[in-house]
Design a protein around this ligand. Structure first.
Ligand code: GDP
Length: 450
């Protein structure tokens, strides 16, 4: 055999020692935003890249191997379970995200032209971290101590609708003398009542800022006992309690929650991400009306605090975040006509104008994509056709109007939504029908030399 010239050998070694690039992408969104369905579709599109829209898009036209890692991944995303639901008979939507989970996918791209002589192929590892957006709502706790949190909860509970939702719980919490000896059983009852109050705040009043977020979506790895604390409404930032008192027990657990649970998530996971995808169900709230849109706005503004890295931001002071790019995506846009999908995305960006400006100002590049991870409708003339949950046949429907822009007072008569089933006949080894997943996957790998 002819030996390759030495310079070529050197370049080859150099290229390999550059290592295999690795991109860490966070996927988040509030409950029901579409995270699980999105990640399932993402893996499916990559696994079936030769037959889907990806095949026509650079650099995926040079993608020669895709491996989704089944083993050795901590807290793996339940891909096969999600597929089982979507490809089932009848097809069902997969179980929603309730905890952090991971996906690792290795891509190998063929090299062309001159580069091919140096290195036959190039790899990229995509690591996806899926986590509930609700966890980001606890960010403000990092800047507070227990007494300040009690003051804030007192303020929130004094105002409607929380005052009515809390009912007798408010008086019970007020009646406790913070300096008296704590009673384990009573504290457990109160913590359960607080959790129930948070649940009802979300389900009955549609409120999104429900603290502590892990009372609703605990995730794994937290001792249940550490979640036994409540705000003591008669205390404030100057209160100090003796050992064994209500105050000292609740304060210690609050600190643990703040310093290990909340800060631990940011330290261990969040601050290692390179890019973030934020999924938003914009159509549900547009259908529900002004109050739901206002609440979505407040919640997403809190979520976006985690992406503001200006000099005076809480996160900028505590961590060294690496997130440089954010994709904000209106999900499930197959529920409206294709020509309305851009308008849905525009309304979402209108809703978040100020916070997105802050995020950009902090140095993060923001892009928007209207998406449908799994398209459940098809268009026929100017109507949509889809299967409904719990019914065997098809229905034709008109989704109704989407304004070009969101009015400032958030008053719209939005679309009429139906409870759609996933399309029948999905199979793991066929690309799922979707809208713009290929564009988003392109964004994930953009900027990497492949
Ligand atoms: P998660 O809570 O963020 O994990 O959200 P899921 O992925 O579980 O999605 C919540 C629900 O939204 C699903 O059960 C479906 O009803 C619906 N959904 C999600 N993605 C799509 C989509 O691409 N198209 C349609 N029509 N519905 C979707």
């Amino acid at each position: 055999a002819i030996k390759p010239p030495q310079w070529l050998e050197q370049v080859r070694q150099q290229a390999t020692s550059l290592g295999n690039p690795h991109v860490k992408v966070g996927v988040t969104g509030l409950s029901r935003a579409g995270k699980t369905t999105f990640i399932t579709s993402l893996i499916n599109q990559l696994e079936n890249h030769q037959r889907g829209l990806l095949a026509r898009r650079a650099p995926f036209d040079r993608l020669e191997a895709v491996r989704w890692q089944r083993e050795g991944v901590e807290q793996p995303f339940a891909y096969l379970q999600a597929l089982e639901a979507l490809a089932g008979e009848p097809a069902r939507w997969p179980e929603s995200t309730r905890d952090l989970s991971r996906v690792v996918i290795d891509l190998r791209f063929r090299q062309t032209g001159l580069l091919q002589r140096v290195q036959r192929s190039r790899s990229l590892r995509i690591e996806i971290l899926d986590y509930p957006g609700e966890w980001l709502l606890d960010l403000p706790l990092l800047g507070m101590d227990y007494g300040q949190w009690c003051e804030q909860m007192r303020e929130w509970l004094d105002a409607e609708p929380r005052r009515s939702l809390a009912g007798p719980l408010r008086e019970a919490l007020e009646a406790i003398d913070p300096l008296a000896p704590q009673d384990d059983q009573r504290l457990a009852e109160l913590a359960a009542a607080w959790t129930d109050f948070l649940q009802r705040s979300r389900s009955e009043a549609g409120l999104s800022r429900n603290q502590p977020g892990r009372f609703l979506l605990p995730g794994s790895g937290i001792a249940a006992e550490m979640l036994l604390f409540v705000p003591l409404l008669s205390g404030n930032r100057h209160t100090r309690g003796p050992a064994g008192s209500w105050w000292s027990v609740c304060e210690a657990r609050f600190r643990y929650y703040r310093d290990y649970v909340v800060k631990g998530f940011y330290d261990e996971h969040f601050s290692r991400l390179d890019r973030q995808i934020l999924l938003v169900d914009m159509l549900g709230p547009m259908d529900a009306g002004q109050a739901a849109l206002a609440d979505l706005k407040a919640a997403l503004e809190s979520v976006l605090q985690s992406f503001r890295y200006g000099r005076d931001s809480l996160l900028g002071r505590l961590f060294r975040p690496r997130i440089s790019q954010l994709a904000v995506c209106a999900t499930k846009v197959d529920q409206v006509a294709p020509e309305q999908q851009r308008a849905v995305q525009q309304c979402l960006e209108d809703l978040l104008t100020d916070s997105l400006a802050d995020v950009r100002h902090g140095g993060v590049r923001v892009r928007g994509f209207p998406l449908s991870a799994v398209r459940a409708t098809r268009q026929e003339g100017d109507a949509l056709v889809a299967g409904l949950q719990g019914q065997a046949g098809w229905v034709r429907y008109q989704p109704g109007g989407i304004p070009e822009h969101l009015p400032l007072d958030l008053h719209i008569s939005g679309p009429e939504l139906l409870d759609l089933r996933p399309p029948a006949g999905l199979h793991r080894n066929e690309p799922f029908p979707h809208y713009r997943m290929d564009e988003l996957i392109g964004w994930i790998v953009e900027g990497h030399a492949l």
